[in-house]
Design a protein around this ligand. Structure first.
Ligand SMILES: Cc1ncc(COP(=O)(O)O)c(C=O)c1O
Length: 454
């Protein structure tokens, strides 16, 4: 049977390929199959709680918290009001040599939920910018301490750290790298942790693979620790298809970094703010990095914002020299933007009032059992989970990688469920307010789509 995208799955708007009264030509969409989309647009018109509604008023269950970010669900009143009030009160405040109170307030509130010892917060506007900021901070930190030879940055195969040059250089997803020349010089990568032969269908953390962390010793032997500034990894690799760290792996990586004076950066853009059962994955796994990059859930996705959380001593190393001089030559016009700070405060209030930063832990058992019930369905070759994250990996269509999962995505959207696919993995990361019945609904709908795609 031909597994090309089934025309029957195309949305009704395909007939015209237009939005009434709006031309679709000018907008070049990010990370999108533009031509396919414009033939069959998928337009979201409003959202509330666990649901979106499309431009035809059709209800769509949100199985991915928008894009791993709407952790408290959609249109939460505290956040909506905070943004509305802020827009009327103070629309913009320059962040260089100036500030506004909510920037300090939000930084304090983030530190309160961050792992103990993460006491400083540097605001950016996205996860990608948080990554660039953390990498630059690592380089500058070593330099300011007189260890200026530490310039190498180490990422991990299959890692995703956003789309800017630093991020794609330390990142390890070939599609995000291959078209963009050489990236940063002096970057290397440790092995990824995916070992389906030993770990397929692990519930929670895989048991095998702590020793994969020792691959960092190989790079230390090659480059010498005195030349390595930092290692950046996602505690749970999301964008590559949900790879959960083997038991003991992150601990071992931490030990090796400490032994060699290498900074360890956890990229928690996806895992931050409750996704794995604690506010940060560092807490879930009991491993303390030197810096954490985050974004998405910091504002519940309601305003663009990212942040780098930093240990006190890293910050303090910069605080030398004459006091009138800038200590770190870095920042963005929209760092700590008032609307984003207001959204962040409304978000943290909502998380606190509803216990959402630990709810994924409470739901994890139920969620795990539900997603693992898909084992045995046609072409399901692995299922991975942690907290409220699930990855269901499918065998690719022969000669057409990614298409089976993409067809499932289109099918489910038609049926009223939003999921995310990467490669041939279907990723689930629902809002943390999800109820058991909605977990069942997601898994039942997914089961149907997997069968139809067989
Ligand atoms: C681990 C990780 N880092 C960085 C990013 C980039 O974030 P943004 O798209 O906000 O730039 C993402 C986005 O999904 C991510 O998952």
């Amino acid at each position: 049977m031909n597994k090309a995208i089934d025309p029957a799955l195309m949305h009704a708007a395909e007939a015209t390929g237009t939005i009434p009264g709006v031309k679709m030509d000018a907008y070049w969409m990010p990370f999108t199959a533009n031509r396919q989309f414009k033939k069959a647009p998928r337009l979201l018109a409003r959202a509330s709680g666990m649901h979106y509604w499309d431009d035809h008023g059709r209800q769509i269950l949100d199985g991915v918290a928008g894009l791993w970010c709407v952790n408290a669900g959609h249109a939460r009143p505290r956040i909506v009001q905070a943004i509305q009030q802020q827009a009327a009160e103070l629309d913009f405040a320059p962040p260089f040599q100036m500030a506004h109170a909510k920037a300090f307030e939000l930084a304090e509130r983030v530190v309160q939920v961050a792992p103990t010892g993460m006491t400083k917060v540097f605001f950016t506007n996205s996860g990608s910018e948080a990554v660039e900021t953390a990498l630059k901070m690592a380089l500058a930190y070593h330099r300011v301490r007189g260890e200026g030879t530490r310039t190498r940055l180490i990422g991990r195969e299959r890692g995703y750290h956003g789309v800017n040059f630093g991020g794609i250089s330390v990142g390890g997803m070939v599609g995000n790298r291959k078209a963009f020349a050489t990236g940063l010089p002096g970057v290397d990568h440790i092995r990824h942790t995916h070992e389906p032969a030993r770990n397929a269908f692990s519930v929670g953390q895989p048991l095998h693979g702590a020793e994969i962390a020792d691959d960092l010793e190989r790079l230390v032997a090659l480059h010498d620790a005195s030349n390595i500034a930092a290692v950046i990894v996602e505690p749970v690799a999301g964008s590559t298809g949900v790879l959960v760290p083997p038991v003991g792996y992150l601990q071992r990586l931490r030990e090796i970094c400490t032994r060699h004076g290498i900074l360890l950066i956890f990229d928690e853009v996806i895992t931050g703010f409750g996704r794995t059962g604690q506010p940060f994955a560092a807490q879930t796994f009991g491993v303390m990095p030197d810096m954490i990059t985050c974004a998405k859930g910091i504002t519940n996705g309601c305003a663009p914002m990212g942040a780098v959380l930093v240990k006190q001593d890293i910050h303090d190393a910069f605080m030398t020299g004459p006091e009138h001089l800038i200590e770190f030559f870095h920042g963005y016009t929209y760092s700590a933007h008032p609307l984003a700070c207001a959204a962040g405060l409304g978000t943290l209030d909502t998380y606190a009032e509803e216990g959402l930063l630990t709810r994924a832990g409470e739901m994890e058992g139920y969620f795990a059992e539900a997603v693992h019930s898909l084992k045995g369905e046609p072409n399901v070759i692995d299922i991975r989970n942690i907290g409220l994250v699930g990855g269901i990996e499918l065998a690719p269509l022969p000669g057409e990688p990614t298409k089976r999962a993409f067809n499932i995505f289109l099918d489910l959207y038609e049926k009223g469920l939003l999921v995310r696919t990467t490669g041939d993995t279907v990723a689930l990361s629902p809002p943390l307010i999800i109820e058991r019945a909605q977990v069942d609904q997601i898994v039942d709908m997914l089961r149907g789509a997997i069968r139809r795609a067989a």
